[in-house]
Ligand binder design. Structure first.
Ligand code: AMP
Length: 242
């Protein structure tokens, strides 16, 4: 029995995983999937390449397999926010792979594409919507989508979101989400500002980490020298030369 079977993931998901050739979970999957299946919120420190997409996609897809509901008109049951169009498209593709036997409606919207066709696709509602924050807000303003039915919310790559200046957009989206929901928050690094952003979204989260909080470059030697102000410039030059 594979680990994914032991977790009790629904058969259609196991079948899709077998197709992908996955039998051993990555560390983030081992840590995240059990609490997510219990419905807990999660704060994850993990980079792309760790298998984090499956870590949040698989338990969410399990909920879709076991708690079947009609698609909310003009809304979605799950919202995944991603900072870039490339990442958003990759996430949607993974959801389509892992969920291919579940018959779900998975939509992906981002800027730089005509908004009209995206509005049309969202009219009848989606099970899962993957979006970049700016385009999502445009669609909300144009009344093409509402967030009032979101049951699961994922904020991916939070540090990139901050770097790209999405903070105000994220705060606005936060106000539009239902209070009663499961929230997942991922970032490659977790400095204070990002942790504070996470606290807005999360409720008593499980914390998982597959990288140290902040690492220094391994090949850079670091040391402390105490000097008076007058000698500082000379010493800095000396260490650069050395
Ligand atoms: P991610 O960090 O989500 O971008 O995933 C990195 C890569 O690992 C992707 O190509 C996934 O398809 C792959 N992957 C995710 N989970 C597993 C697993 N349990 N076994 C093998 N490959 C995996």
């Amino acid at each position: 029995m594979s680990y994914f079977e032991e977790l009790g993931l629904a058969q259609p998901i196991l079948k899709a995983l077998a197709n992908s050739g996955y039998d051993t979970p990555t560390p983030i999957q081992t840590q995240a999937i059990p609490p997510l299946l219990e419905g807990r919120d999660l704060c994850g420190v993990a980079q792309t390449g760790t298998g984090k997409t499956a870590a949040f996609a698989l338990p969410s897809l399990h909920r879709f397999a076991t708690d079947i509901k009609p698609r909310p008109l003009g809304g979605c049951r799950m919202l995944v926010l991603s900072p870039t169009r490339e990442l958003a498209a990759q996430i949607a593709e993974k959801f389509r792979d892992y969920g291919k036997y579940l018959g779900l409606n998975i939509q992906c919207v981002f800027g730089g594409m005509p908004i009209y066709s995206q509005k049309k696709k969202l009219q009848s509602g989606a099970d899962i919507l993957v979006a970049t924050p700016g385009r999502l807000l445009d669609l909300i303003e144009q009344r093409a989508v509402t967030l009032k039915d979101v049951e699961i919310f994922v904020l991916d790559e939070a540090d990139q979101m901050m770097d790209l200046g999405f903070i105000q957009a994220l705060k606005r989206i936060d106000l539009l989400l239902p209070k009663q929901r499961q929230s997942l928050f991922f970032s490659a690094t977790m400095p204070k500002a990002i942790a504070e952003l996470g606290n807005r979204f999360l409720n008593n989260p499980v914390r998982v980490s597959v990288t140290p909080q902040a690492t220094t470059a391994e090949r850079v030697e670091q040391y402390v020298t105490f000097v008076t102000q007058g000698r500082k410039a000379g010493l800095a030059q000396l260490s650069l030369a050395g």
